[in-house]
Design a protein around this ligand. Structure first.
Ligand SMILES: [Zn+2]
Length: 329
């Protein structure tokens, strides 16, 4: 065989290998979700649950093709990832879960690398956190604290609108961020957003809760229960909201981007998954835990902080419920 033919053959072989690798990277992946699974889950005492108001405050979004958000989706359908905060009004305190975007966000991002600004910073800005709060007639002084699901730039980026409001952070997450153990690509930016706001660290060292290994009961009445959902970052923290009326819900930080990530379950596209996951094994285990929880409790919405679809669906039902209460229907 002539040298040129060998070269063509090698190029063809490389091409086939490359194509099959690329194809493999988007195909669905097996998760061991079908094994017998026993969980000690007792139904929590609901007699102490108060009325709690929950409002998603969407500050911006980015649109991605679905195959990047759900591995195996093989679809270019646009998927909207939101950037949101959640306002939670409980009789013992009013606080935010995550913080959305501050009004000055572009000033903070101005000095970031071109790569950051092109990839992560290419979101569509919609409404600043301060503007949302003003609209709802919530003054900064009304807020007792901001609870952060984890310390990535897009979850702390609303804090400059609320100087002085204490930040509550899972100790595991805080220490990992300090040691730069998690996949923080922009550690200095995180601390800039957090500014001089005081920090209060908490530990999820309470008993197992709803099938999750440990917990922290925020107000001691069983209505707001934090659980660790590690993997995306070491201390990514979920929040169960249990209330006297309206559906219960489970906020899960960035453990998932979309409901499909736990219903299948499926990671994101491997390239994004490796960029945004600090520990592959624990992040997959968290997806399996959420998948099992979803099957045990389909009545409790599991909502990721970027899941625009679920957030909108929740708010539609919630607004209707509040109107019905208001009009006495
Ligand atoms: Zn995020």
């Amino acid at each position: 065989m002539k040298l040129r033919n060998w070269a063509n053959l090698s190029a063809l072989a490389l091409g086939i290998a490359g194509t099959s690798l690329a194809l493999k990277s988007v195909l669905p992946q097996h998760f061991a979700t079908d094994q017998a699974y026993e969980t000690q889950e007792t139904f929590p005492d609901s007699s102490t649950w108060p009325e709690i108001e929950v409002t998603f405050l969407r500050c911006g979004h980015i649109t991605l093709p679905e195959f990047l958000v759900v591995r195996g989706a093989l679809s270019l359908v646009p998927h909207v990832n939101a950037y949101s905060a959640v306002l939670i009004r409980h009789p013992q305190g009013t606080f935010l879960y995550d913080s959305g975007f501050c009004s000055d966000i572009y000033t903070f991002l101005r000095n970031q690398s071109l790569l950051f600004r092109t990839l992560l910073g290419s979101f569509v800005f919609e409404q600043a956190l301060s503007s949302h709060l003003q609209q709802l007639e919530v003054k900064p002084d009304d807020l007792d604290f901001i609870l952060l699901s984890h310390l990535h730039w897009d979850h702390v980026s609303g804090i400059p609108d609320l100087p002085g409001v204490p930040l509550r952070i899972n100790r595991v997450e805080y220490e990992a961020a300090r040691a730069q153990l998690s996949s923080l690509h922009t550690p200095e930016l995180i601390w800039q957003f957090m500014g001089d706001n005081p920090h209060e660290l908490f530990d999820c060292t309470g008993p197992a809760y709803m099938g999750f290994r440990s917990s922290y009961d925020l107000f001691g009445d069983g209505s707001l229960v934090l659980v660790p959902l590690p993997g995306h970052t070491p201390g990514n923290t979920g929040l169960f909201i249990n209330r006297a009326s309206g559906s219960r819900l489970f906020l899960v930080g960035d453990a998932v981007w979309s409901a499909e990530n736990y219903t299948h379950p499926a990671t994101m596209h491997p390239i994004l998954w490796s960029m945004f996951t600090s520990d592959d094994a624990s992040a997959r285990q968290t997806l399996i835990d959420l998948h099992r929880f979803y099957h045990r409790h389909p009545e409790i919405p599991i909502i990721g902080m970027h899941d625009a679809h679920m957030q909108k669906a929740f708010m539609t039902i919630e607004e209707k419920r509040l109107v019905e209460i208001g009009t006495g229907l």
